[in-house]
Design a protein around this ligand. Structure first.
Ligand code: ADP
Length: 473
C-alpha cells in the first residue's frame, strides 16, 4: 500500500511533542512491514533541515484568498529516515525556527494544506491512503471531496484522520472562508462547528475513518473534547483507538546515544544508578534518595499548574526523602513558580526550563519514577519511554495512561496510579513511591517487568493496516 502521512511534525526533523515521535516512527515501521509510506511536512528552519540534502521534486503556485504563493516540494535525497520525506517550502510562512504559536498559524497551515492538494493533484498515479494528523492537516479530507479543483482526482482516495490531541482544533472565523479553494457551497455545513470554521470537526466529518491514539481517550472524547463531544458521539461508528508504539531504535537503554551508561534488564540496577549519579551531580541532587522526574509541556492539560504545590507539599511532609527534577516549558506563570522553587529546596529539587531532547533521554534513564498527573492524555509516550528504561510511572488514570500502566497494588502491576489531578492524590502516590523505593527487591522486579513489555510499533502498525484495509475493501 502507498500511504501518505501529512503532518506538522516528524522526529527528528521537527518535534514539539508526541505527534513528532509518532510521525517519525509509524511510517518507518509501515515501510519495514512492506508498505510504501511517505511523510510530507512543512519546511521549517530547523537544524535537521539545514544539515541534510534535498532535491526539488515539484514546484507550483497556490492562492490563499487573493494572495499568490509560490511553493516548492523538496525531497530528502538519501532516505536517511527509512521512508521518503517531502517538505513543502513556502517562503515567508515556514522559513522560521519554530513550528507553532505564530499569529499567522491559520494562514501558514492553510497554505501548507492547499500546496499539498495542488501537488497531489499533479501526480500521475493515486496513492492508497491519505493519512492526516491533527487539525493542521484536517481540512484536507474536505478539500479532497468538495473543492472543484481537486475532487475529480481525489474524491475516491481514502482518507484517515488521526487525532493526537483534540484540545486544539484550528478554529477560524468565517471571514477566512475565502482561503479554502472554491468548493460546493451546499457542503459549507461540513466546515462549521459552533459558528466557526473548525478544521478538526471538518476532518472528523469528512475523513473516511478517524482514529485516536488510545481506546480510553476515544471513549473520553464523547464527554470531554473541548466542544466536540456531540460530534464524536455522532461519528463514533467510524472512530477507533489505536495505541501508539515506541520507536525501539531511538528509545533503547542498551544503545541510546544520549546516555552515558547503557544497560539492559539484567544490568538495570547498576546502569540506572550510574546514570542517576551523573544527573544528580549535574543538578546538585542527592543520588541516595529516590529521583522523581517530570518531562513535558507546562500546560493545564498536563496538570503542570499543580506541580509547584505538589513539590512544596512533599518537601515539607517528607523532608530529605526525595529529589525532584523537572524539565519543560510553557505557561510563563508555571515556569516562574517552578523556577522560584530552585532557591527554596536546593539539593532536592531542580527545574530546567526549555526543550532538551538529550536531557530528556538522560532523565528517563537516570530517574527512579516519572510523574504524569495529566488532566488529558490522549496516549502519552513519556510513560512508555519510562517503562522501557525501567523507570516506574506515577500516572493519573486517564486516556492512554490508563491503558498502559497497571498499578503495583494489582497482580502483575508495575506503576502507581491515582484518580484526580489534585495535590492530595499525587502526594499520596509519591508517598507510595518513596515507600516502595525502600523495597529493593520489589523495585527490581517492577523494573525488569516493565522493561520486558513489548510496546513496539509492530502491533500498532498492524492495527493501522486493518483500518486502511477495511476502507479499501
Ligand atoms: P504531548 O505530545 O501531549 O506533549 P506525549 O507524551 O505524547 O505528550 O509526548 C511528549 C514527547 O515530547 C516525549 O517524547 C517527551 O520526551 C517530549 N518532551 C516534552 N517536553 C520536552 C522537553 N521539555 N524536552 C525534551 N523533550 C520533551
Amino acid at each position: 500500500m502507498e500511504i501518505i502521512h501529512i503532518s506538522a511534525e516528524c522526529y527528528p526533523v521537527a518535534k514539539v511533542g508526541g505527534l513528532g515521535d509518532v510521525v517519525g516512527a509509524l511510517p518507518k515501521y509501515q515501510t519495514k512491514a512492506g508498505h510504501y509510506a511517505k511523510v510530507i511536512m512543512p519546511k521549517y528552519e530547523t537544524k535537521f533541515l539545514q544539515d541534510h540534502e534535498f532535491v526539488e521534486d515539484f514546484n507550483g503556485t497556490i492562492y490563499l484568498g487573493n494572495w499568490e504563493l509560490p511553493y516548492q516540494i523538496l525531497k530528502e535525497k538519501n532516505n536517511i529516515l527509512g521512508f521518503d520525506l517531502y517538505l513543502v517550502d513556502i517562503k515567508g510562512l515556514f522559513d522560521r525556527i519554530g513550528v507553532y504559536n505564530y499569529d499567522d498559524d491559520t494562514e501558514r497551515f492553510m497554505a501548507f494544506q492547499i500546496a499539498i492538494m495542488d501537488w497531489l493533484n499533479h501526480w500521475q498515479h493515486e496513492p492508497d491512503i491519505i493519512h492526516c494528523h491533527d487539525h493542521h492537516t484536517a481540512i484536507i479530507p474536505f478539500m479532497m471531496q468538495h473543492c472543484y479543483a481537486y475532487k475529480n482526482k481525489m474524491e475516491k482516495i481514502a482518507s484517515v484522520l488521526t487525532i493526537h490531541n483534540a484540545q486544539y482544533q484550528g478554529w477560524m472565523g468565517w471571514h477566512k472562508n475565502h482561503y479554502i479553494p472554491h468548493y460546493d457551497s451546499w457542503k459549507v455545513g461540513l466546515l462549521e462547528w459552533n459558528n466557526l470554521i473548525n478544521p478538526l470537526a471538518a476532518g472528523i466529518k469528512c475523513a473516511w475513518r478517524v482514529t485516536t491514539v488510545s481506546n480510553s481517550y476515544m471513549q473520553e472524547l464523547s464527554w470531554n473534547s473541548n466542544g466536540l463531544e456531540k460530534l464524536f458521539e455522532y461519528e463514533k461508528g467510524k472512530c477507533s483507538g489505536i495505541i501508539n508504539g515506541i520507536d525501539a531504535e531511538v528509545w533503547n537503554p542498551t544503545t541510546d546515544s544520549f546516555i552515558e551508561n547503557h544497560y539492559n534488564e539484567k544490568s538495570v540496577v547498576v546502569g540506572k544508578q550510574r546514570n542517576k549519579a551523573l544527573l544528580c551531580k549535574e543538578f546538585s541532587l542527592d543520588e541516595n534518595k529516590p529521583l522523581i522526574v517530570f518531562i513535558g509541556r507546562l500546560v493545564g492539560e498536563k496538570a503542570a499548574d499543580i506541580l509547584p504545590n505538589i513539590i512544596v507539599s512533599c518537601m515539607y511532609a517528607m523532608p530529605d526523602s526525595i529529589n525532584f527534577l523537572i524539565l519543560g516549558s510553557g505557561d510563563t506563570q508555571i515556569e516562574w513558580q517552578l523556577q522560584n522553587l530552585n532557591n527554596q529546596f536546593p539539593q532536592h529539587y531542580f527545574f530546567v526550563k526549555g526543550y532538551n531532547e538529550a536531557l530528556s533521554h538522560q532523565m528517563y534513564a537516570g530517574a527512579d519514577f516519572l510523574l504524569m498527573p495529566s488532566r488529558v492524555e490522549p496516549c502519552g509516550l513519556n510513560q512508555l519511554y519510562a517503562m522501557r528504561y525501567g523507570t516506574v510511572p506515577i500516572v493519573r488514570s486517564t486516556g492512554g495512561l490508563q491503558d498502559t500502566v497497571i498499578d503495583m497494588g494489582v497482580e502483575g502491576g508495575y506503576g502507581i496510579r491515582f484518580n484526580h489531578a489534585a495535590v492530595g492524590d499525587v502526594h499520596h502516590s509519591i508517598y507510595r513511591a518513596v515507600t516502595v523505593y525502600e523495597d529493593a527487591k520489589k523495585m527490581l522486579a517492577m523494573r525488569r517487568l516493565m522493561m520486558s513489555i513489548d510496546n513496539s510499533w509492530e502491533k500498532s502498525v498492524e492495527n493501522y493496516l486493518q483500518v486502511y484495509q477495511q476502507i479499501k475493501d
